[in-house]
Design a protein around this ligand. Structure first.
Ligand SMILES: [Zn+2]
Length: 316
């Protein structure tokens, strides 16, 4: 059973694999081995696999793996597999409610300032004491430190990553994501850009995806991401695109990840990427032509992949 959470010695906090990945690419975490079991008083070593990969897909997704032996009193090894946990014998019991709540992830459109904060442990500090203090800082998650809910989701990339992990562990049909107060099933989160009329699209932001060409704009100050398929208005095809400016990349904590991915795609013989973005298209007029564009305020709202990271039914 993979762990949902581990204690990061470098960040001095409990982290889920998504946050571990963010902290690695923002430079707070430097080693994939500097984690231990989240269980109280347990020192089993934990590795976060794929932390250093700029790729993620069905085979490469960041996840925790226990390397060392759990201590005697650690309850984590005996945890029941996910399916048994979410189908308890007494469906009306309080446990059931807890579990129901625990499988909704919350998508937050802004990260708290403390997200990338480092609370470096002094060399020689007692890790178990640090773990207790970290647990006390998070009163809102009573199950923290055991196998339990992960933290909120702050990026489209993490949603893709969780989709892959939940599909792997067989829990996808029970998982929901709460976006601006609305619960959506993980299995119905993504919407392909495929010649839909703007009138028929949701009147609120959702996660759109599709293959796109990536190149530099004429003034060389931004990347242009132009989807292969167009949205429509009336009978008219609208070129559908979004722009990622260099200044937006520069102000982004994970700029290394974003810069690596975009520049690698641009250098491919056919510079295409599989792109997800959270937003709502609007129509812009340029040189008397109509275009559909997505405005990005924050690079957490876009995920650029070298290939389709999802099952083949999405790869179109
Ligand atoms: Zn343990």
């Amino acid at each position: 059973m993979p762990l949902d959470l581990a204690f990061s010695i470098e960040a001095n906090d409990f982290v889920d694999p998504d946050r571990a990945y963010d902290l690695y690419w923002s430079g707070v975490i430097t080693s994939k081995k500097a984690f231990i079991c989240p269980g109280a008083d347990c020192s089993a070593q934990v590795t976060c696999a794929n932390l250093d990969k700029d790729v993620q897909n069905m085979k490469v997704v960041p996840h925790f793996r226990v390397i060392g032996a759990h201590s005697g009193g650690c309850g984590i090894p005996e945890e029941a597999p996910f399916k048994e946990v979410i189908e308890p014998a007494a469906p009306e019991s309080r446990e059931r409610q807890t579990v129901d709540q625990s499988i909704v992830d919350v998508f937050k459109l802004d990260r708290p300032d403390s997200y990338y904060e480092e609370r470096k442990l002094d060399p020689g500090a007692d890790v178990q004491v640090a773990k207790k203090l970290a647990k006390a800082r998070k009163p809102y998650t009573p199950k923290l430190g055991e196998k339990g809910p992960s933290g909120p989701v702050y990026s489209v990339r993490s949603i893709v990553s969780r989709y892959i992990r939940y599909r792997e562990d067989g829990s996808i049909e029970f998982r929901r994501l709460n976006i601006l107060g609305q619960d959506v099933l993980y299995s119905s989160i993504f919407k392909c850009i495929w010649e839909q009329d703007l009138e028929d699209l949701p009147k609120y932001p959702v996660i759109y995806y599709g293959w796109a060409y990536v190149d530099r704009t004429k003034n060389d100050k931004a990347y242009r991401i132009k989807f292969k398929k167009s949205l429509k208005q009336g009978g008219e095809n609208l070129v559908t695109s979004t722009f990622v400016s260099d200044s937006l990349i520069d102000s982004f904590k994970l700029k290394n990840l974003m810069a690596v991915r975009l520049s690698k795609v641009c250098k491919k013989p056919i510079p295409t990427a599989f792109v997800f973005l959270y937003g709502q298209p609007s129509v812009k007029v340029y040189n008397e032509r109509n275009y559909a564009t997505f405005e990005l305020t924050n690079l957490d709202m876009i995920d650029v992949n070298y290939d389709c990271p999802l099952p083949s039914k999405y790869d179109k």
